[in-house]
Design a protein around this ligand. Structure first.
Ligand SMILES: Cc1ncc(COP(=O)(O)O)c(C=O)c1O
Length: 493
């Protein structure tokens, strides 16, 4: 779950939280209008007309009550800001259960899930091997605060996927993994500055909550109240995909930059791929300048390939591999896990071997390790089928929705890498945060609500990636594309 603040995301709060209470909820068959091409058994579009079934209209009465109650106890009614749906308006549905591709809310509405708990649910919800492993581990006691065999077992599986992680340490979130990697990079290099990219999110640690102007000599300014300027000033934020800006930053801060941290494929400004030569250029510059290269693969890890973006783009050779890597989301199989790791000589600067302190009461928690082991074992055993299937499903979903928008004359830019992607409501090509910000967030918000009311749950912000899971099959694809056509039709009215 991303916790980005409004400044970082460029949120537009578009609607007050009106209760959407409609009339009776009954299952009806909705004819798909026009010439939508439904999908055959292999997920390919056919030429005939079809229909799909949705529970219409959706009611959110119980969710609205639950939100009201939550707001008396939790700021905004949530434990993580984006869940409040402020960027898209309307009360957020309260989820009570989920299975496979579907979420069920407190009013009994069902949704095809296209956000997957913000990434972890690669195999859909209540994935049986992970559930069974969690149950077994729970019955042996949920926590010991001592070393367990499961930690090295999960570490071996992680290392099979990410050979760059010669040593690693488990933590409880992606934020912790990134925060710890930054401290380690500073401790290892004895340099104060960190370079990040606008629109990349690395958790909510002070040093990383910075949305700086793109000027090279510009010091970072905090993107959140409560972050001291003295902390933010050591973070430089540059436009993504701009190598010359990186060169200038190193030229103006000689010997002072400890590390570059980036999402090798951005998910947190919506999906943005690295342009040709960008990652390689960063590797060359950091090596030349004695700075570390940190790939934040909290989102892309195990999603783009078993070896994440570095596997996907071939950054596994000694010359190209990153110095440090951060992971989260999928590695915990739905439980709170993060992990950071990398070159042994860097990682051995960590306490108890070295001077960089890092610790956690529940780090390497047995339930979380068990869920991670079950998930990664399944992934490694079946990767030959998993990634081609994800690619085929994702290609059909993202291209299908884009085609539906085109039929209704709605300008979309569709960015997709593997099973993550974003429909930006802009005709402009999106390759950095500035171009992502040209999107019409109000139109996105209307699209989001229309899809929700047709049983498809998209991430509730224009600046987030949608995720496809292996649980999404032909029925769900047909439903998504039918709902998209209806939603686009609504937007043109
Ligand atoms: C790339 C990236 N890094 C770090 C984080 C922070 O992870 P967490 O929310 O587990 O703290 C996120 C969260 O979405 C992320 O997408």
């Amino acid at each position: 779950m991303c916790q980005k603040n409004a400044a970082i995301q460029g949120f537009a709060a578009v609607a007050s939280n009106t209760v959407q209470t409609l009339t009776t909820a009954v299952a009806v068959v909705v004819d798909i209008p026009g010439n939508l091409r439904p999908l055959n058994a292999r997920g390919h579009p056919t030429r005939s007309r079809a229909s799909y079934t949705v529970a219409m209209p959706y009611r959110f009465t119980r969710s609205a009550e639950l939100q009201q109650r939550a707001e008396t106890l939790l700021p905004g009614g949530v434990d993580s800001p984006v869940r409040a749906f402020r960027a898209v308006g309307g009360h957020p549905p309260f989820v009570v259960s989920a299975e496979g591709a579907y979420l069920t809310d407190a009013d009994g509405n069902r949704y095809v899930d296209l956000f997957g708990s913000w990434g972890p649910m690669l195999f859909g919800h209540a994935f049986p091997p992970a559930v069974a492993a969690i149950q077994r581990a729970a019955s042996a006691s949920p926590s010991f605060g001592a070393s367990t065999p499961a930690e090295a077992e999960l570490a071996e599986l992680v290392q099979q996927c990410f050979p760059a992680m010669e040593r690693m340490r488990f933590v409880s979130s992606g934020t912790e993994a990134c925060m710890s990697a930054i401290r380690l990079a500073r401790g290892y290099t004895d340099r104060p500055f960190v370079l990040k990219f606008e629109g990349c999110y690395h958790g909510h640690a002070d040093a990383l909550l910075v949305k700086a102007g793109s000027g090279l000599a510009t010091f970072g300014i905090p993107g959140s109240a409560g972050v001291p300027a003295e902390t933010a000033m050591h973070t430089l934020a540059l436009p993504y995909n701009d190598l010359s800006a990186v060169e200038e930053a190193f030229a103006s801060h000689p010997g002072l930059i400890a590390a570059i941290i980036l999402e090798p494929v951005v998910g947190n400004a919506g999906t943005i791929a690295p342009t040709e030569g960008f990652l390689r250029g960063l590797r060359e510059i950091t090596r030349r300048e004695g700075a570390l290269l940190i790939f934040d693969e909290v989102m892309t890890g195990f999603r783009l390939s078993a070896g994440g973006a570095q596997g996907f783009y071939g950054f596994t050779t000694p010359e190209l591999k990153p110095d440090l890597v951060t992971l989260g989301k999928i590695v915990g199989g739905g439980l709170p896990v993060g992990v950071f790791g990398g070159r042994a000589d860097i990682m051995e600067k960590l306490a108890p071997l070295g001077p960089v302190y890092q610790a956690g009461t529940l780090s390497g928690n047995p339930l979380a390790m068990a869920a991670g082991i079950a998930t990664l074992r399944y992934l490694l055993d079946n990767k030959a089928e998993i990634y081609p299937q994800l690619e085929e499903t994702s290609a059909t979903v993202f291209a299908g929705v884009a085609a539906a928008a085109a039929e209704y004359g709605i300008a979309l830019t569709t960015n997709r890498v593997g099973s993550m992607g974003t429909w930006f409501f802009t005709p402009t090509a999106v390759n950095d945060f500035a171009s992502a910000s040209t999107s019409d967030a109000t139109l996105f918000a209307r699209f989001h609500r229309a899809m929700l009311e047709r049983g498809v749950w998209l991430p509730p912000s224009q600046y987030e990636a949608a995720f496809v899971s292996t649980a999404i099959g032909t029925t769900e694809i047909e439903h998504i594309l039918g709902a998209a056509r209806e939603s686009f039709a609504l937007l043109t009215r």
